[in-house]
Design a protein around this ligand. Structure first.
Ligand code: ZN
Length: 161
């Protein structure tokens, strides 16, 4: 069975940046399950894996526009430290939950602290980066109807949430 829309795929993967540093990997863990064709993984990887089969090993490089997008200047904001009074100790690199004007929660990273001003960055940490994946396809099966209606994989095909 080949990887295609509405198939549940298990893959092992290693993700490196342009400098060749490992950013993320399933090494030593269970393979990552995803439902192909439902945006569970970034678009560039989904299209690269289309048509592959169990045992295939692929090396794929993905540009930002097919990955986590370009870095957006608008997503970087300076806020007064008084806006973070509920937080014990603010440090560079820490992630905070913020809300957009529609009330949706999203994560921002603290990138700079200066006197009473804090710079936060709402870009995805991998935005603007070309991503280099090494992937091996471990299994491919048809999705259950319930998985398709939820748009994600259930462990062993069972509903568990
Ligand atoms: Zn579900």
């Amino acid at each position: 069975m080949k990887v295609g829309k509405d198939k549940v795929v298990l893959m092992h993967y290693t993700l490196k940046n342009d400098a060749g540093e490992v950013i993320d990997s399933s090494d030593g863990a269970d393979p990552l399950p995803f439902l192909q064709g439902h945006g569970n993984i970034i678009p560039g990887l989904e299209s690269a894996l289309e048509g592959s089969k169990v045992g295939d090993k692929l090396d794929v490089s993905i540009k930002p526009e097919e990955g986590y997008g370009e870095r957006m200047k608008d997503a970087i904001q300076e806020i007064p430290s008084s806006a973070l009074q509920g937080v014990d100790e603010v440090k560079v690199g820490m992630q905070l939950q913020s809300q957009d004007k529609d009330g949706n929660a999203f994560l921002v990273s603290v990138t700079k602290i200066e006197d009473d001003k804090i710079t936060v960055d709402g870009n995805h940490p991998l935005a603007g980066q070309t991503l280099h994946f090494s992937v091996s396809i471990e299994s491919v099966r048809k999705a259950e109807a319930e998985e398709l209606s939820h748009g994600h994989v259930h462990a062993d095909g069972q509903h568990n949430h």
